[in-house]
Design a protein around this ligand. Structure first.
Ligand code: SF4
Length: 342
């Protein structure tokens, strides 16, 4: 038996093309989208306005929800981490993070990761595979319709490097953004990257209104290479040039993500180097206190150390926010829960 496709991997135009091929009118695509994205249904027999023959054919060829909940972990701060099993037995994590009137979903884009950042649990077990667009879309559908969270923002910052799975990520973004899909505004979506320059340059060709975050973590080449081996292939200086070109091509304002690691990248000269990059990219800076991951040598910073680093940046007129590490008590740093099962 051939493998069933994931129905939520199809954009509305692809679904229309499929329906045309099997002799069905285009308007059926709208009906199917309505059931999935408005009513939150994932069982084809429930699609009662479709002819029985079409429902049976779709049921043979497609699945709608490829994710099976394996475990959840709830934090005192309200974050909930969902560990999902994929049809091939792999695991991914999706996190719901509530904050003052918002619910942000942090989505995974790959099973595992190739990039082995020295502070991240997702890279520990190596790379397994890219997520299909429909699997990424299903993370949102599950949290919304099965677990009842209304998303206000999506951040593609979970397991994996989104720009290493660019085609599926772009497709998922379009489906989530489709007015007949979940109609989540592109400006409410943020893609985070370690700085894969070729993919970043490719992204410039698309007129997307998404937000882009660059994971910097050190503004000094040598330290950054220690934390992020990808820096040896795509050094900071080249990344800054690519970022400047991204802005010239009409990209929205960039954010620099910076994990503050106690005693490593939180010194005055680190702040000065970060200031220089933020000026060159006209970027705001988002500081995140490192949360400990079993097996890594890095230390979380004391609160005063983060505040001091923030102050140094503010004194240099950098726009800076401190993002609270959420879900510390549930090991929310990406990949930690999935790692238990891989
Ligand atoms: S931080 Fe991102 S790119 Fe680096 S290992 Fe973790 S998931 Fe991969």
């Amino acid at each position: 038996m051939t493998r069933q496709e994931i129905l939520t991997s199809l954009s509305q135009s692809e679904l229309k093309a499929y329906l045309a091929k099997i002799g069905q009118p285009a308007y059926r695509a709208g009906q199917i989208f309505k059931w999935i994205y408005h009513s939150g249904k994932s069982q084809l027999p429930e699609f009662t306005d479709l002819p029985l023959g079409l429902r049976q054919r779709l049921q043979k060829e497609f699945i709608i929800n490829p994710l099976k909940l394996k475990e959840t972990a709830s934090s005192k701060d309200g974050s909930i981490k969902y560990l999902f099993e994929l049809p091939d037995g792999n695991f991914i994590e999706t996190v719901m993070i509530p904050a003052a009137g918002r619910k942000t979903f942090c989505l995974s884009t790959q099973v595992g990761c190739k990039f082995h950042c020295a502070f991240c649990a997702s890279g520990l077990h190596g790379f397994k595979r890219n997520l299909e667009a429909g699997e990424i879309v299903s993370e949102v559908l599950n949290l919304k319709f099965v677990y009842g969270h209304q998303p206000t923002n999506l951040v593609l910052m979970g397991m994996g490097e989104p720009l290493d799975n660019l085609d599926n990520v772009l497709k998922a973004i379009r489906i989530l953004n489709d007015q007949y899909g979940l109609a989540i505004g592109a400006r409410r979506m943020t893609v985070s990257t370690v700085g894969l320059i070729p993919a970043l340059r490719k992204l410039m060709n698309f007129d997307l209104q998404i937000n882009l975050s660059l994971s910097i973590h050190s503004a000094l080449e040598e330290k950054r290479s220690q934390l992020m081996p990808v820096n040896k292939k795509y050094p900071l200086e080249e990344l800054i040039k690519a970022g400047q070109d991204y802005l010239k091509a009409g990209g929205r304002q960039l954010t620099l993500e910076y994990i503050v690691i106690g005693g490593f990248n939180d010194l005055l000269y680190d702040a000065e180097a970060l200031t220089a990059i933020s000026r060159r990219l006209k970027a705001k800076v988002n500081l995140i206190a490192y949360s400990p991951v079993t097996g890594f040598k890095w230390q979380p910073p004391a609160r005063e150390e983060v505040e001091r680093f923030q102050k140094w940046l503010e004194e240099r007129k950098v726009r800076v926010t401190v993002r609270q590490s959420r879900g510390l008590d549930i090991a929310a740093a990406c990949g930690q829960l999935a790692g238990k099962f891989q």
